[in-house]
Design a protein around this ligand. Structure first.
Ligand code: PEP
Length: 252
């Protein structure tokens, strides 16, 4: 366990209408009211953001979006800017999720531009990286992570990045029920932190939070959180039910 404040974040993906999201957020708010020394964030779908943010006003639960577009405004049909997310009540935004990389043409270069857009609107980017099963089996895990970090964070200086959160999400563990062992998670997190030290210096690397994501559940969260470089979790499936998600918040 690290001295960094843990962040337990839920990615609701394309689940829940506005009404359902408000109901779940209201329940979660009651369930985690007593949580201390942990940050909590949920990322509903775009159409529910404003309502959920209103529901959670004054609570300790932050609201995040699942993506943004890097341009400020213009003829970009279907896209949402960082300013629009802030206006809807977001403080965080997930960037570079593997599903966006896999299905929607997200690249390390677009991720870099999105992180820039998020930071310039004072949104906290939750920057996702992770290797596929084939890449792990080929022994390429570290080189994949290295490229994702170097290109995703290219041209930034540490001062601009202070609030960024990294999420290590091995693609083979997302939604599959196959969690990385805590040793595999620690090994990857340690690699990422030492790379960040090389790129941005020790003070930055020591304070940046690195979340683990990939089939995190109430029965494995504690073991993962005990590892020295695991500073929280980015959770898909187990974030949808407020009772289950609250168990992750109270992992301790
Ligand atoms: C995710 O989508 O970021 C994720 C980790 O999903 P799950 O928890 O369902 O594996």
């Amino acid at each position: 366990m690290s001295s960094r404040t843990p962040l337990i974040a839920g990615n609701w993906k394309m689940h829940k209408t506005g009404t359902q999201a408000v109901e779940a957020a209201g329940k979660l708010k009651r369930l985690v009211d007593a949580a201390r020394d942990v940050e909590i964030m949920i990322a509903p779908t775009y159409t529910a953001l404003y309502q959920v943010a209103q529901t959670l006003k004054g609570s300790a639960i932050a609201v995040g979006a699942q993506d943004l577009f890097y341009e400020k405004q213009g003829a970009f049909t279907g896209k949402i800017s960082s300013e629009m997310l802030v206006d809807a009540g977001c403080s965080h935004v997930i960037i570079g999720h593997s599903e966006r990389r896999q299905f929607f043409g997200e690249t390390d270069e677009t991720v870099n531009r999105k992180i820039q857009a998020a930071l310039s609107a004072d949104l906290i980017p939750v920057f996702c990286i992770g290797e596929s099963e084939a890449q792990r089996e080929a022994g390429d895990t570290f080189s994949v992570l290295d490229k994702q970090v170097r290109v995703g964070l290219k041209d930034f200086v540490s001062e601009a990045l202070t609030r960024i959160v990294i999420a290590y999400e091995p693609v083979w563990a997302i939604g599959t029920g196959k969690t990385a062992t805590r040793e595999q998670a620690q090994e990857a997190h340690q690699f990422i932190r030492s790379l960040l030290e090389t790129l941005f210096g020790k003070p930055f690397a020591d304070t940046v939070r690195i979340l683990y994501g990939g089939s995190v559940k109430p029965d494995n969260v504690r073991a993962l959180m005990e590892m020295p470089d695991v500073d929280g979790a980015l959770v898909g499936g187990a974030s949808l039910d407020p009772e289950t998600f609250s168990k992750l918040v109270f992992y301790n």
